[in-house]
Design a protein around this ligand. Structure first.
Ligand SMILES: NC(=O)c1ccc[n+]([C@@H]2O[C@H](COP(=O)([O-])OP(=O)(O)OC[C@H]3O[C@@H](n4cnc5c(N)ncnc54)[C@H](O)[C@@H]3O)[C@@H](O)[C@H]2O)c1
Length: 415
């Protein structure tokens, strides 16, 4: 089939390449011309897609990257994987809107449009569908098909093996969408409607966000009560049922977990006039975690008679999750900002982000060498990384605030 994947980012590119590999003709459409040029030159910026795989589908002609809307003509299936950010707590669906207009202008009878972007329940039928209908002059469910299928790929282990939820605005749409994804994912899981699929994604991410925030709050309480939260979590995790292990950290980052629950919160407030209290509370706890990390550091320096102002602090691990290359909403940036505001001399080590690709990093970059570790008045392990020499850090750091419970010693305090 002729497939368009609109949005060639972290979600769209892996899907487009995979669809090309299984035999479709795929147009990877993106409005970012720089991104398109990179992709057309065979350079992948997404870790899940090796440049060699990208080049193979480019060379075979199965995949092309373009910013030219003329290339969208005649598609059988278009998948929308554009951003859905929050702006001041309000979902910004303008990317979906403009993408829908563009696709609508190229929609022909019999074609299918699937939304994959994370959003609140109702988006597919209340927002996407009317725009497609208006732009195309066609009727959804009569002339063309549509549905929602959330992106859930998580990591190398759970890539296209992750069961794919699929939904449609009607039975024919569901059939078409399921058929397409059956050829790409190991398992597809049909649900009865688009709102169920939209909400399912929000349940998954809210579950993680609320639980991580809960354990973060417990970590702060446990530290004040003089109880080792990490040992308590290990103890609780020996229960073979009814418990899921979550561990504390300096805050939940990324552009999914802290963002997605707010979609439901916004929708509930708009439509029902009530807040989604769990999401709001979790967001509040999460927002304050970097302040807590900074406070712990100030207290630790204070115990040694040192002001934070003028102290040299080395932050280790700046991405928001283990071994990731993604700095979006990383709590590390906020920790750094708070310490810099207090007058500290802050440096940061992040082996995953190549030099020069650090526009979101607000601290000078260094490697986590013995010299850097030994010269710091305090080291903060914000996120661990396989390249950090933990034994060396334990041995040579004057003081470590370990937000990941990876180190031990008299000079180490766990979060
Ligand atoms: N990254 C993840 O791990 C992940 C996981 C699950 C769900 N999601 C969701 O998937 C969606 C996409 O996320 P992402 O991480 O791939 O974002 P991204 O920013 O990496 O990529 C989105 C791409 O869409 C392009 N774009 C914007 N407007 C466009 C338009 N009108 N037409 C065509 N292209 C357009 C952008 O230029 C960008 O390249 C979001 O809703 C996100 O919440 C992401």
């Amino acid at each position: 089939m002729q497939i368009v994947v609109a949005g060639q980012g972290y979600v769209g590119l892996p899907l487009a390449v995979r669809a090309a590999e299984v035999g479709h003709r795929v147009v990877g459409y993106d409005v970012d011309t720089h991104r398109v040029q990179q992709l057309a030159a065979g350079q992948s910026y997404v870790r899940d897609v090796d440049s060699s795989r990208l080049r193979a589908v480019l060379d075979s002609g199965a995949y092309s990257a373009t910013a030219d809307t003329a290339a969208l003509a005649g598609f059988d299936i278009a998948v929308i994987t554009v951003p859905t950010p929050l702006r001041d707590g309000v979902p910004d669906l303008t990317f979906i809107e403009s993408c829908a207009r563009t696709l609508g202008e190229h929609l022909r009878p019999g074609a299918t449009v699937v939304l994959e972007s994370t959003t609140y329940p109702g988006t597919t039928e209340e927002l996407l569908l009317p725009i497609l209908e208006e732009a195309s002059g066609l009727k959804g469910g009569v002339d063309f098909l549509a549905g929602f299928s959330p992106e859930r790929i998580g990591n190398k282990r759970w890539s296209f093996e992750t069961p794919k939820l699929v939904s449609g605005i009607d039975a024919k749409s569901l059939d078409a969408i399921k058929g397409f994804y059956d050829g790409i994912f190991q398992t597809t899981v049909p649900v009865s409607g688009t709102k169920v699929a939209e909400l399912a994604k929000l349940i998954e991410n809210t579950f993680r966000f609320v639980n991580i925030s809960m354990i973060n709050e417990m970590a702060m309480l446990a530290a004040s009560l003089g109880v080792n939260i990490w040992e308590a979590i290990d103890a609780a995790a020996t229960k073979p049922f009814g418990f899921t292990r979550f561990t504390p950290g300096p805050g939940v980052g990324g552009h999914c977990l802290p963002v997605d629950p707010m979609f439901l919160s916004w929708k509930a407030q708009q439509e029902l006039g009530v807040p989604f209290r769990f999401a709001e509370l979790a967001a509040d706890v999460n927002r304050h975690m970097p302040d807590y990390v900074a406070r712990r550091l100030v207290e630790a320096l204070n115990k040694r008679g040192m002001p934070v102002s003028g102290s040299r602090i080395l932050l280790l691990g700046l991405t928001y999750k283990y071994n990731a290359t993604d700095l979006r909403n990383s709590p590390s940036a906020r920790v750094a900002e708070l310490l810099i505001d207090l007058g500290a001399e802050v440096r940061g080590a992040e082996p995953n982000i190549p030099d020069g690709d650090d526009t979101k990093l607000n601290v000078p970059r260094v490697d986590a060498t013995l010299d850097e570790v030994a010269a710091a008045d305090a080291v903060v392990l914000l996120m661990d990384h396989p390249r950090f020499d933990l034994q060396m850090i334990e041995k040579y750091a004057t003081y470590v605030l370990d937000c990941r419970n990876r180190l031990s010693g008299v000079n180490v305090e766990a979060l």
